[in-house]
Design a protein around this ligand. Structure first.
Ligand code: ADP
Ligand code: NI
Length: 214
């Protein structure tokens, strides 16, 4: 298959796979990450095909979304083998997918391709879209938007983070406001600065409205 055909086929594949998924990692999240990653890759001089394919497949084996089907890299490998891709490309893509899920305290990705996709994935968690996703996630998990009695917990371990019942506003302090400084590429950083500023303005206004005295 031609590279362009594989990319189109991957888009069709994820559209079907993510059908009915509204927890924050849906088809449109993947498409937004794909567009951002492609843009960053072009400017940063990364291998665009590896970046495009990795971004489209980055969530297809996420155990939060596919807990029952999770089995190593099942969906990603299945898809790439069906396209007849060489082992070398399959290996590179799997490496990107593995590396982008590094937690904030672990090392940063080893390849420029993984750096681009990780930046794109993180950019989709901030800015106006990030705000929307955070509240959608909170609603999906029955979390409060905000509770002045619960304060943010910084420096949580991975386990504490996963089991935390924190509010959505706290999530901005616990994760989202920190992503700007974790960007790998200059291109990602530029976009992150703008999105971060918008998000901070939103939280300031949210708190102002919450605390206003009439
Ligand atoms: P990833 O797998 O990309 O690290 P997560 O599963 O942590 O992402 O988050 C997916 C989306 O849900 C992101 O937009 C993130 O900000 C949001 N989210 C994750 N945890 C929370 C939370 N505790 N409160 C509000 N939003 C959250
Ligand atoms: Ni993602």
């Amino acid at each position: 298959m031609l590279e362009k055909e594989i990319i189109d086929f991957a888009k069709e594949y994820i559209e079907e796979l993510f059908e009915g998924e509204f927890s924050g990692h849906d088809y449109w999240h993947t498409i937004r990450v794909f567009k951002l990653a492609k843009y960053i890759a072009k400017i940063e001089g990364a291998d665009e095909f590896i970046v495009m394919l990795s971004s489209l497949l980055h969530d297809v084996d996420d155990r939060k979304i596919f807990p029952k089907t999770y089995d190593g890299k099942k969906n990603a490998v299945y898809f790439m083998e069906k396209c007849g891709l060489d082992d070398e490309i399959i290996f590179k893509v799997l490496n990107v997918i593995d590396e982008i899920s590094f937690g904030k305290n672990e090392k940063s990705p080893s390849t420029i391709e993984a750096k681009c996709v990780q930046d794109a994935d993180r950019l989709d968690a901030i800015g106006a879209i990030g705000i929307g996703r955070a509240f959608a996630y909170g609603g999906n998990k029955n979390r409060a938007m905000y509770d002045p009695k619960i304060s943010p917990k910084l420096n949580m371990t991975k386990e504490e983070y996963r089991s935390s019942k924190s509010t959505t506003i706290n999530h901005f302090y616990e994760k989202l406001f920190r992503l700007k400084d974790l960007m790998n590429t200059e291109t990602g950083k530029k976009i992150a600065i703008k999105r971060d500023a918008f998000m901070r303005k939103f939280v300031d206004e949210f708190m102002r409205e919450w605390n206003v005295e009439f």
